[in-house]
Design a protein around this ligand. Structure first.
Ligand SMILES: *[C@@H]1O[C@H](CO)[C@@H](O)[C@H](O)[C@H]1NC(C)=O
Ligand SMILES: *[C@@H]1O[C@H](CO)[C@@H](O)[C@H](O)[C@H]1NC(C)=O
Length: 277
C-alpha cells in the first residue's frame, strides 16, 4: 500500500495565503547568495538562484537544500505540490550526498525522474550535524505537466519541503530507493523575481570540484516494483478514488468518493481525501 497519502495531502496546499516568504541569504561556504527560506522548526533551508532573465528563458537554476543529518530523508517540490512537480530527495549515505530528482502524477511514491541534469557544487557534503546539497540543475524550470512559477520566472511561486524523521530510505546507497511517507512538511512563497543573479555564471563555474561529492546517477530508472499499484493513482473521474482529494481550499475537482470510501477532512480547511471507512 502506498504510504504517501499524507504527503499528497499536505503538498496539495497551493493557492492559500503563504505566511512565510523568501528572503536573500548568502551561504558562507559556497559564496552563493540565494533567495530562500530557513525553517527554524524543521531546521531545513531551501534556496534558489536563477540566471539573469533572458528570452527565451534559461531552463536552469541553482538549488540549495540544507537539512539535519538525522533526517531519514528531506524532499522539496519546485512546484509546491507532490503531484506534477519536480521533486528532489536528499539523504546522507555515510558521508555521501544522495540526491535525485523525482516526479509523480499522483498519489504514489514518486519515481526517479529523467530529464534534469544535476551537478553538485562545492560546499555540498555531510558533516556531523547537517547534509548540504548545493547543485546546478539544468533542464529544471519546466517538467511534465508543470513549471517553476507556473512559467513566469518573475512571479511568486510556492515551494514545499518535507522531512522524514522516523523512517529512512530502504536502500540509502540507491538514489532510487523506496521511501516511506514523510513526517512533516511546510512551504513558503518564493519571490522568483528576486532570485535572478548576475553572478550566476561565476557561481556555476566553481562546479565539479571533489569527486566524492558527485551525485549518484540520476538517470537510472527505478524498478516498477517500488511503485505501489496503479489502483492508488489519481485518474480524474467523476468520483474520486482512494487517497484522492475530495475537498479543501481552492479545490475544484470531484467531491464524491468512490463506493466504500468517505471524504475525510485530514488537514482542515485545506485538504480532504477519500478514505475507506
Ligand atoms: C528535459 O527534461 C524533459 C523532462 O522534463 C525530458 O523529456 C527531456 O528529454 C529533457 N531534455 C534534455 C535535453 O535532456
Ligand atoms: C554543518 O553544516 C551546516 C550547513 O553548512 C552548518 O550550518 C553547521 O555549522 C555545520 N556543522 C558543523 C559541526 O560543522
Amino acid at each position: 500500500m502506498a504510504h504517501f497519502k499524507r504527503l499528497l495531502a499536505t503538498l496539495s496546499v497551493v493557492g492559500l495565503a503563504v505566511a512565510q516568504s523568501s528572503t536573500q541569504y548568502c551561504d558562507s561556504i559556497s559564496g552563493i547568495c540565494f533567495q530562500g527560506y530557513a525553517d527554524p522548526d524543521l531546521d531545513v533551508t531551501v534556496g534558489l538562484v536563477l540566471p539573469p532573465l533572458s528570452t527565451p528563458p534559461s531552463d536552469e537554476l541553482i538549488v540549495q537544500m540544507v537539512a539535519p543529518v538525522s533526517n531519514g530523508y528531506t524532499g522539496i517540490s519546485l512546484g509546491g505540490t507532490m503531484a506534477d512537480s519536480l521533486l528532489f530527495t536528499l539523504w546522507p549515505n555515510d558521508d555521501k550526498v544522495i540526491l535525485g530528482p523525482r516526479w509523480t502524477s499522483g498519489y504514489v511514491l514518486p519515481d526517479v525522474y529523467t530529464g534534469p541534469t544535476l551537478t553538485l557544487l562545492p560546499g555540498s557534503g555531510v558533516n556531523s550535524t547537517h547534509i548540504t546539497a548545493t547543485f546546478r540543475c539544468q533542464n529544471c524550470t519546466t517538467w511534465e505537466d508543470g513549471s517553476l512559477g507556473s512559467g513566469d520566472l518573475t512571479s511568486f511561486g510556492v515551494l514545499a519541503y518535507v522531512v522524514a524523521t522516523t523512517t529512512s530510505p530502504a536502500d540509502p546507497a540507491d538514489v532510487a530507493s523506496t521511501l516511506q511517507e514523510h513526517d512533516d512538511f511546510d512551504f513558503f512563497g518564493m519571490d522568483l523575481s528576486s532570485a535572478h543573479s548576475d553572478d550566476y555564471s561565476s557561481y556555476i563555474s566553481g562546479s565539479a570540484s571533489s569527486s566524492s561529492s558527485a551525485p549518484t546517477s540520476t538517470s537510472k530508472p527505478t524498478s516498477t516494483s517500488s511503485v505501489p499499484p496503479s489502483s492508488t493513482s489519481s485518474a480524474p473521474s467523476a468520483t474520486q478514488t482512494e487517497w484522492g482529494q475530495c475537498g479543501g481550499t481552492g479545490y475544484t475537482g470531484p467531491t464524491t468518493c468512490a463506493s466504500g470510501l468517505a471524504c475525510v477532512a485530514v488537514s482542515p480547511p485545506y485538504y480532504s481525501q477519500c478514505q475507506s471507512t
